[in-house]
Design a protein around this ligand. Structure first.
Ligand code: PMP
Length: 405
């Protein structure tokens, strides 16, 4: 199959960044060891560059100890490493006032959001208050807030959960509905930065404008940190939660960044035990690597590949691409689609399609993607791209998909 290449398909970015990308791809041992395979599941977890593996090895062979407890050199160095990693997260997030924010390490976004919901949100809410929950988001950004409502109800504090709809036409949250449902009792809004199924870059600036200056915004940045420049300087969010393992660090790492501006200060409750020191070491190394690679270029690369893929897929009648269609076009006024493209075949079940694609060397995600109650009713296949992916992999995938038409 020959697909004409135009600017809309990201061809200039692919040509311009080709050399830069080849040098970065060469730094992923698991990728270079398997040239016959294409890893297209970075939204689930990201592969690790050599620099991260080296940092893990170096930490475990020179320094490994518990943090914040012993007084001998390895223990002191580990304590310092954890503190420096907090600063590294703030720098990575372009924090304009690091002296007024905190970073709490978690095992990932799910635990991070649940920590905010369990240890902080109840202190903000009074009987009759309202919170806004994005019901077509990842379950990790829905369940914790509903648990808070239940927990408060048991204490006689009744809060109202207002579901925030997703709007397919714009690829964004439904801002008209949000403006209507946000009122004087709205204290808290949970949102995602990049949607894990539809791939849209959700317009967080518009959320702030819709809810006004006093409402707390908690941003699920699981699909944006490591994929595009993310700055807490603007938009003005109060919490930003992400998974380190999706940003090239080890599994079991993640963080809650909290600005101490609205509501009570964020202090995760209870005895927290031994931190994941090696995971935190890997996170600091991953953020160094991502900054050196340039998250702006990573974004341009993955957006270009996603555009190339969607443009090719659009010409294949057997497939339906989920989410906003006009955001696929160049110059579209709706929010930009990032490097996530989810689709279904009209005649082949998504699980079967996953098996078929793996038989051709493609690793993709197929199911319902942990989406919440207002999500898709039937399964689909998700291709999610990162800097090690190539235009050749995308074209090869399109060729295989065309044969299944
Ligand atoms: N939120 C979003 C948007 C996600 O895509 C994911 C992971 N798929 C999560 C939350 C949960 O992340 P984790 O499994 O690392 O806790």
């Amino acid at each position: 199959m020959t697909i004409p290449r135009t600017d809309a398909q990201g061809a200039p970015a692919v040509a311009e960044l080709g050399e830069w990308q080849r040098a970065l791809r060469a730094q992923f041992p698991i990728i270079t060891a398997h040239p016959e395979l294409a890893y297209l599941d970075s939204a689930a977890t990201a592969q690790k560059p050599q620099a991260v593996l080296d940092a893990v090895h170096a930490y475990l062979t020179t320094t490994n100890a518990n943090a914040g407890r012993g007084t001998y050199p390895w223990a002191n160095r580990t304590t310092e490493l954890v503190e420096r990693a907090r600063d590294r997260v703030k720098r990575f997030l372009d924090d304009p006032a690091p002296e007024r924010s905190t970073v709490h390490f978690t095992s990932g976004t799910t635990e991070g959001l649940r920590t905010v919901a369990r240890d902080w949100l109840p202190g903000l809410l009074a009987d009759g208050d309202e919170i806004v929950v994005p019901v077509a988001d990842h379950e990790a950004n829905i369940a914790p807030w509903l648990e808070t409502r239940q927990h408060l109800a048991r204490q006689g504090v009744h809060i109202r959960v207002r579901p925030m709809p997703y709007q397919r036409a714009s690829g964004d949250y439904d801002h008209v509905a949000l403006a209507e449902l946000a009122g004087p009792r709205t204290r808290f809004v949970a949102v995602s930065h990049v949607h894990h199924v539809y791939g849209g870059d959700m317009n967080i600036h518009r959320i702030r404008r819709a809810v006004g200056p006093d409402t707390v915004i908690c941003l699920d940045a699981a699909q944006s940190v490591g994929h595009l420049p993310v700055s807490v300087a603007d938009p003005d969010v109060d919490f930003l939660v992400f998974s380190g393992h999706k940003a090239m660090a080890l599994p079991g790492t993640g963080a809650v960044w909290a600005r101490q501006a609205r509501g009570p200060g964020f202090t995760p409750g209870g005895w927290s035990g031994t931190p994941n020191t090696v995971g935190i070491a890997s996170l600091a190394a991953a953020l160094d690597w991502l900054d050196a690679a340039g998250t702006d270029r990573i974004e341009r690369w993955t957006v270009a590949l996603a555009a190339r893929f969607t443009e090719g897929l659009r010409h294949l009648d057997a497939y339906e691409i989920l989410g906003c269609q006009s955001s696929l076009a160049a110059g579209s006024s709706v929010q930009r689609r990032q490097g996530i493209v989810t689709f279904r075949h009209h005649g082949i079940d998504s699980g079967d399609l996953g098996f078929i694609l793996f038989s051709h060397g493609f690793m993709i995600r197929s199911d319902q993607h942990c989406q919440g109650s207002a999500g898709e009713r039937t399964g689909s296949v998700r291709v999610s791209l990162h800097v090690h992916n190539t235009a050749e992999e995308v074209d090869r995938l399109l060729t295989v998909l065309a044969t299944l038409g």
